[in-house]
Write a protein that binds this ligand. Structure first.
Ligand SMILES: C[S@@+](CC[C@H](N)C(=O)[O-])C[C@H]1O[C@@H](n2cnc3c(N)ncnc32)[C@H](O)[C@@H]1O
Length: 205
């Protein structure tokens, strides 16, 4: 039942140009992503999905891990309107919300900073920006799951730079797709995340 609603939601996102053309692939990737999260992350608490776009993988995670509240972060208003419409259609109004704006802003807001047990990112940005912004939202001992290129060995994530951002690599998971998992091991320096856009323009690694 959830799977069928998820598929309808991806089809709608695709028709609006918010996801790629291969709906089967996106659906499978979304579900595999959520399955990794269910194994490595707490099944209760708060999750945040960076750059949710057409709701991938945020809606699959909300469907598979019912004890989680999920914040979808998206800066483009049309996508935010779509996400809000779909939250109602999917019946997630009690535990899924959308923040309309830049994730860097959220990471500097004490109400959100280092408050989430799970941070997810699919296609959000290059590694350095993803971990700088993701770590700002990730609570100590929380986990971050990021989609990786096929057959990744995680080599594009530099261990020293990860330490600078308070995280360490926990695992690279290969199911049908590749994902990397980080754990937050120390608080993030107040220097990060740098102001909006800078993590992308001036990556640390
Ligand atoms: C490539 S899309 C991926 C969308 C979705 N996660 C997926 O996998 O289909 C990246 C999304 O992140 C959003 N985005 C990029 N930078 C952002 C930022 N700094 N804060 C919030 N959203 C951002 C974009 O508007 C876009 O919708």
């Amino acid at each position: 039942m959830h799977q069928e609603r998820l598929r309808q939601s991806i089809l709608r996102a695709q028709s609006l140009g918010f996801t790629g053309d291969d709906v089967d692939l996106i659906e499978r990737h979304s579900v595999r992503f959520a399955e990794v999260c269910r194994v490595v992350a707490p099944v209760q608490g708060a999750a945040v999905d960076l750059g949710s776009g057409g709701g991938v993988p945020g809606f699959a995670i909300a469907g598979l891990i019912e004890g989680l509240s999920v914040l979808l972060v998206e800066s483009m208003e049309k996508r935010v309107a779509f996400l809000r419409e779909q939250i109602v259609k999917l019946g997630y109004t009690d535990r899924v919300e959308v923040f309309c704006g830049r994730a860097e802003v959220l990471g500097r807001d004490s109400r959100y900073r280092e408050r989430f047990n799970l941070v997810t990112a699919r296609g959000f940005g290059p590694p350095s920006a993803t971990v700088e912004i993701g770590s700002a939202l990730l609570a100590l001992d929380g986990v971050m799951v990021v989609s990786e290129p096929p057959d990744s060995d995680g080599g594009r994530w530099q261990p020293e730079a990860l330490r600078e951002f308070g995280v360490e690599k926990l695992d690279v998971v290969q199911n049908e797709f590749s994902f990397i998992v980080f754990r937050k091991v120390s608080p993030l320096s107040g220097r990060y995340p740098r102001r909006t856009g800078i993590p992308f323009k001036r990556p640390i690694f």
